[in-house]
Each structure stands twice: as C-alpha cells, then as structure tokens.
Design a protein around this ligand. Structure first.
Ligand code: ADP
Ligand code: MG
Length: 279
C-alpha cells in the first residue's frame, strides 16, 4: 500500500515534518531563503527566489522541478561555486563560503573524468590531493569504492573505453571515496538509456543502504524523484520557488502500478498548476 503524497503535502512556507528516523539524525545542511541571480551584460536573471530547505544526516533529499527552474544553480550554490544574492547556506552550522571537500558533486556529463588518468587514478588522485592520503592508502580506498560500484576489474582502464553508465559509476565511486558530508548529484543519470538509468538508481539505493551517506539529488523526472528520494522539494518553473515538500521514502521500483502513477500525476499538478491545489 503506497501512501498518498497529497496527505503529506505541506504549504510552501513550512517544511514537511521530519519523520521519526530523521528526527533522530542531525541537521547537516540549512538553506535559508536563498535567492540566486546571474548578472549578464543586459540584465539580471533570477534563477531561484527565496528557497528554503533543511537536509538531515542520511537524507536522500531531491530537488525536483522543470528545466530552467534553478536546480543546478541551487546545487552550485550549495557546492560553493555561486554566492546567494540573498539568504544563507550553512553546513554543520557554518556558513558555506566556497567549494570544499565536504561537498562533492557528480554531474550529468560523461566527460567529468580526466581522460588521461586510468579509472583507479581518477578515484585515487583527489584522495591524495584533497584528503592528503598516502599513495598506498589512496589506492586501497579507491579500489574499495570501485569494488562497491562493480568496477574493480576496470581499475586500469581509461575512461574512453567505458560506457556512459560505467563512467558515471566511476564518478560516483570517486565522490563516495572522498566521504563528503553531503554528496551532491546533478541529474547524474539523465543522459543514460532508460534501462541503464533504472539500474543506476537501484545501485545508488544499494550504496546508500550500505553506507548511509547524505544525498542532495537534482532531477526533473518525477518518477526518479519518487524512487531515489526520501524527501522531495518541489520547485516551480522559472524562477524556482518552493511549491511543496513531500515525504517519499515509501516508493521503490517495485511500487509501480496505479497508485504510483496517481502520485506522479498529483506531483505533476503541484508542479505546474498556477493555483495551489485543495488539500
Ligand atoms: P535547471 O538546472 O533547473 O534546469 P539552471 O539552474 O541551470 O536550471 O538555470 C536556472 C535559470 O538560470 C535558467 O533560466 C537559466 O537560463 C539561467 N542561467 C543558468 N546559467 C546561467 C548563466 N551562466 N548566465 C545566465 N543565466 C543562466
Ligand atoms: Mg540543471
């Protein structure tokens, strides 16, 4: 029996109450009234408007909204690449002032791995540089995470010899090996074929089951948000504002069926209807 997300719908101004398991974990990331802008020569483009949300330890928190609503911009702000024009972002109670190894991003593009390094070197190199691990220790940890994503046999391969899905697995292993406070993922599976995408979603959930890392995941796919996330923030079309926050831990690939499709349709309405739906 799949719970009805409309029951869990909360007005934009307030967040959905954390579930029991979330209450026991700490607040890691606090995004408070964040507005983000791009200044071009002709004008200022507002990407998000007064967006607030909190991410707790072990959350799989999803930012969901249509293309252009500012999801990537928000993720870049959390990563420390962009400074908010208003509002604040704090990690472990400290304001985010720039990029750091406590926040690692996995992007959509398959070319995020330097092509001149082997798979193993790709994963081990940041551990040497940012985590200051010795050669042997970095290698050992890299191999451990490559094994987790099923790529131990490809440790000495170069990225161009791998499929898109395999490259994304390397990027995920590289990110997890860094053991960030929050793993940031920007539509990491969007460029994959449907079957590979589904497999990658399952793998990500398996990895999460294993290591219980904290995830902030961006997607424009409602189905993907329901499956990957335990909490979902719905953002309106450009500029992104918070429409609602939902709990979604009850959905899996097995959910399927009529109720799942009803939930998808309801979220679609929440995202695109001009007026707030009746509760
Ligand atoms: P999403 O990831 O949700 O598709 P983005 O965060 O990429 O959205 O973009 C949000 C808005 O900001 C869009 O209207 C986009 O056109 C604009 N934008 C993104 N990057 C830039 C940029 N470098 N300069 C100007 N406008 C930008
Ligand atoms: Mg984007």
């Amino acid at each position: 029996m799949v719970a009805d997300p409309a029951v869990l719908y909360s007005p934009a101004a307030q967040s959905a109450a954390p579930s029991r398991e979330q209450r026991s974990s700490e607040k890691l990331l606090a995004v408070d009234n964040v507005s983000l802008e791009y200044r071009t020569r002709e004008r200022i483009v507002r990407a998000t408007h007064q967006v607030s949300f909190d991410v707790y330890g072990g959350d799989r928190f999803v930012l969901l909204g249509p293309s252009g609503c500012g999801k990537s911009t928000l993720l870049k702000a959390v990563a420390g690449f962009i400074e908010p024009s208003a509002g604040s972002i704090a990690l472990d109670g400290k304001p985010v002032r720039g990029p750091g190894a406590d926040r690692i991003v996995v992007f959509q593009e398959f070319d995020q791995l330097p092509p001149w390094k082997t798979v193993l070197q790709n994963v081990a190199f940041p551990l040497r540089v940012a985590r200051k691990l010795g050669r042997a220790e970095a290698r050992e940890r890299a191999l451990h995470y490559l094994d987790k994503v099923g790529l131990a046999q490809f440790a000495h391969a170069y990225p161009h010899t791998l499929s898109g899905g395999m490259k994304q697995r390397v990027a995920i292993a590289r990110a997890l090996a860094m053991q960030p406070r929050v793993l940031l993922m920007d539509e990491p599976f969007a460029a994959l074929d449907a079957l590979t995408r589904r497999r990658m979603q399952e793998e990500l959930l398996r990895l999460w089951d294993d290591a219980r890392f904290t995830l902030l995941f961006v997607t424009h796919s409602i189905e993907e948000a329901l499956i990957v996330g335990n909490r979902i923030l719905l953002l309106s079309p450009h500029p992104g504002r918070v429409r609602a926050e939902l709990n979604s831990h009850q959905y899996t690939h097995e959910s399927g069926g009529h109720e799942f499709q009803q939930s998808v349709a309801r979220i679609h309405r929440l995202l695109f209807e001009e007026t707030e739906p009746a509760r």
